[in-house]
Design a protein. Structure first.
Length: 356
């Protein structure tokens, strides 16, 4: 591990030096590339420098342990430093895990009411509120680009983008089937019902990802918006539906004010969907099937149950249970997301160990 860290430190120092040179600074592409790589290494390097200092302090404490006057104090210091060393080694192991290259991107979210009729749509609305409440608490922004409201409330379908630093890294575990168990407001006899809603979370494609789309492969339909999208949304033919014919992928955007804005947003989402398909094909071809992620990310997979009578949330992938369903539905997702991230890190560590 030390040899690997030393090589990374050399790379970090090289990048720092390069970013002081005028010929590099005059090259916008290279400056951006080096700056991003440097920023990605900062946390690891800070931890490694701290670790190196602890190692040095341990050696000094060892030398002082034989001193008749300072021996006891040095021994206590040695024990404390040894504990600190072990803690930092654990942190370094985690930081050395290859990062998902999409973690720093915005996230495209889709929620659909599934089994359960009106109650499923109401639950889809509850999930939308849960995610957007969490996004607001994190200082993220969200933008709904398409929605179809349920007849009894909620949404049969709602699609939105959450924007913010590392947004995808927080929401990437959410793809799958979410199950709710409760007495619906639509149930006159007070019987417990089980309903489901599906979630898809995809990294938003940016300029760093090259997804080529042949204009001849697209069918673009313009029509009058039907949902709530701002002043004048229902008075002009501004909604856009784009169909990618080779994959039969359909994207609809109707919540922007103009046809041009809706088309731009729809193309952005289409690229994200095609990129997600590409990732899945690559993973299936290599036989990994998302082995380093929590679950498969397939919307058919039941990933979590929200049990209202017991005020309980259970994530079936990692065996996580919380008796704070009310707080979770209000957007308090930190404990859940941390558990999912730590489970993924453990899987990756175990994968690396089995490869060695």
């Amino acid at each position: 591990m030390i040899e690997r860290l030393d090589k990374i430190l050399d790379r970090y120092n090289f990048l720092e030096t390069e970013l002081t040179k005028q010929e590099v600074l005059s090259d916008v592409t290279k400056t951006k590339e080096y700056s991003k790589e440097l920023a990605n290494l900062e946390e690891l390097i800070a931890c490694y420098k701290k670790y190196k200092k602890v190692l040095n302090d341990i050696e000094e404490a060892k030398e002082m342990m034989n001193d008749p006057e300072l021996g006891e104090m040095a021994k206590e210091e040695f024990n404390n430093l040894t504990s600190e060393k072990e803690k930092l080694e654990g942190e370094l192991e985690i930081l050395l895990i290859p990062k998902d290259p999409n973690d720093n991107k915005n996230v495209v979210m889709e929620i659909r009411g599934a089994a359960g009729g009106d109650e499923a749509n109401i639950f889809a609305g509850d999930l939308f509120r849960m995610y957007t409440r969490y996004a607001e608490k994190q200082g993220f922004k969200y933008d709904v680009y398409n929605s179809i409201e349920g007849t009894a409330g909620g949404y049969s379908q709602i699609e939105f983008i959450i924007s913010g630093k590392d947004a995808y890294s927080f929401f990437k575990y959410e793809s799958g089937s979410h199950r709710v168990q409760r007495v619906p407001v639509t149930e006159a006899n007070g019987r417990l019902q089980t309903s489901t809603a599906t979630v898809l979370a995809m990294p938003e494609v940016d300029d760093e990802i090259d997804i080529e789309i042949n204009p001849g492969d697209l069918r673009i339909d313009i029509y009058r918006s039907s949902g709530k999208g701002g002043q004048g949304v229902n008075t002009t033919d501004s909604a856009v539906r784009i169909t990618h014919l080779p994959t039969n992928t359909v994207v609809t955007c109707q919540n922007e004010r103009s046809q041009i804005q809706n088309k731009e947003q729809a193309m952005k989402v289409l690229k994200s969907r095609l990129y997600e398909m590409k990732l899945q094909e690559q993973e299936e071809a290599s036989g990994e099937e998302r082995r380093n992620k929590i679950g498969t990310g397939d919307r058919a997979e039941k990933i979590r149950t929200y049990n209202y009578p017991q005020n309980r949330v259970t994530d079936h992938r990692i065996g996580f249970t919380s008796k704070n369903l009310d707080r979770i539905m209000d957007g308090d997702l930190n404990e859940l997301f941390t558990a999912l991230r730590e489970a993924e890190q453990l899987k990756k560590l175990q994968g690396e160990e089995s490869d060695n």
